[in-house]
Design a binder for this molecule. Structure first.
Ligand SMILES: [Zn+2]
Length: 468
């Protein structure tokens, strides 16, 4: 039995149902789960590990709902810097297919470490190119080395160029092999229990890279085994044209025919949707992952996040793959979720809200995305999207997943009238401490679970080889 005491935090943001924020407070942890969240004076006075959080803010760990960690090998590639999604993908598919299992390991560790330093304690990853001996197992092992909570998708592509898909034929797999490997991974690794450090998700890549059959069969297998489903949807108007041309349906209608509108499904991006589709997501419990940096970087558009929230749609935040961001910093993403919602609010119809009232009008007050709402979708929202009741807030019985930020920095100076909002309004800071399941992953801003310097060196070597 091990205990952890985190005490003396200037403020604790619980994100519990009452959204309580406690001054001079902390929490007490036993065996990876929170036992008490309270003012410091009410907490036990000792524990196996004690963190003194004087001058720091303590928040629930952020939950990342969309990423492609392997893309850490191809950040900022010149050939893919100034294009939208389809040419960007065409420039990268083959490069990704050449990565090795060793490269996949370093990419996973670096990406998860970068996420952790930005406050992320649970990370979802969506890898979908499995060539050259690469397996999801490589990434699962790497995530264990670092120690963050991991939700790993067995992604897939089965519709090559010769069959009318976007990816080259040498980047796709046979459907039987995909489904067999999906089943193997679920049986070998998926842990559905409270406090699970590893879950498996099935995630055929997109409507233009997998067949309808694989979408249906993946859904059947996922439901039979009790795992969730994920894919990219409504990311670009090119995708919409693709499904209209091939299936005479908009992307959401097409996915509905495949059994993919349900509360065990969430979509990355979900930008180009109409009001009926938003309502459908809300009614069915279908979730979305908002990826603001990627959407701006690839000129994809602005997701209607406030409208989703108004209609009760589950919304989380994701950094998206590191070839379209090119950072794995979830605090940056949280900030951009707030800013981008405000930009959308200021646009005129049809891109903006259906009103000509000025943004300062009292009737439009509810449209403002606040800093606290942005933090909420990055924590509680992400937990809902991933179907996790054990993370996303700091409450007794939940996983001891949290991070702290030092408030006495240049970047927060003058903003401490509201330290909680400062976390989103001011420049994103590096986490001081990160704790996952009661275990210290980041200690005073540095990765504590492994020696990261040699991994960075090795990762750069792999990246350089890949683009030759
Ligand atoms: Zn993506």
């Amino acid at each position: 039995m091990t205990t952890l005491l985190a005490k003396n935090a200037t403020i604790v943001v619980t994100m519990d149902d009452g959204r309580r924020e406690l001054r001079d407070a902390g929490l007490f942890v036993r065996d990876g789960f929170i036992e008490q969240v309270a003012p410091t004076a009410e907490l036990p006075t000792s524990a196996d590990m004690v963190l003194d959080l004087r001058g720091q803010i303590l928040l629930p760990g952020l939950v990342n709902c969309h990423h492609h960690l392997d893309q850490l090998l191809t950040r900022n590639l010149p050939a893919a810097q100034n294009t939208n999604l389809f040419p960007w993908l065409r420039a990268l598919y083959t490069v990704w297919s050449r990565r090795t299992p060793e490269a996949s390991r370093t990419a996973t560790i670096i990406g998860l470490a970068e996420l952790a330093c930005s406050g992320c304690t649970t990370a979802f990853d969506h890898t979908y190119v499995f060539q050259n001996g690469c397996k999801l197992d490589d990434q699962i092992q790497a995530a264990r080395e670092l120690g963050v909570r991991f939700v790993a998708a067995r992604g897939s592509m089965s519709l090559g160029e010769s069959q009318g898909g976007l990816p080259p034929d040498n980047c796709v797999e046979k459907e039987d092999a995909i489904l067999a490997d999906s089943l193997r991974l679920i049986q070998q690794y998926h842990n559905p229990e409270r406090g699970s450090m590893l879950q498996i998700v099935l995630a055929p890549c997109s409507p233009f890279s997998v067949t309808a059959n694989l979408m249906r069969e993946s859904a059947r297998l996922a439901r039979e085994r009790g795992v969730r489903l994920h894919t990219h949807l409504c990311e670009t108007l090119d995708e919409e044209r693709y499904t209209l041309d091939h299936f005479q349906m908009r992307p959401v209608a097409y996915l509905e025919t495949l059994g993919w509108i349900a509360d065990d499904v969430w979509y990355a991006h979900a930008i180009h949707v109409n009001d009926d589709e938003i309502r459908l997501f809300g009614q069915s419990g279908t979730g979305v992952c908002h990826c603001p940096s990627s959407n701006m970087r690839l000129a994809s558009g602005i997701a209607p996040v406030k409208k989703y929230l108004e209609h009760g749609v589950k919304v989380g935040v994701g950094v998206d793959g590191s070839a379209s961001n090119d950072a794995s910093n979830l605090l940056i993403e949280t900030r951009e979720a707030m800013l981008l919602a405000r930009l959308k609010m200021g646009l005129l119809p049809p891109e903006g809200p259906q009103t000509l009232l000025p943004t300062s009008h009292p009737l439009r007050a509810r449209e403002w995305m606040t800093a606290r709402k942005a933090l909420e979708i990055a924590t509680r929202g992400g937990a809902q999207v991933l179907g996790r009741a054990d993370i996303g807030s700091l409450e007794p019985g939940k996983c001891a997943d949290f991070f702290t930020l030092d408030l006495n920095t240049i970047d927060y100076a003058g903003a401490l009238s509201d330290p909680v909002a400062a976390v989103v309004f001011c420049a994103p800071q590096r986490a001081h401490y990160i704790v996952v399941g009661g275990r210290l992953i980041v200690d005073k801003g540095e990765i504590a679970t492994l020696d990261i310097a040699p991994v960075i060196e090795e990762h750069n070597r792999h990246a350089a080889t890949l683009v030759l």
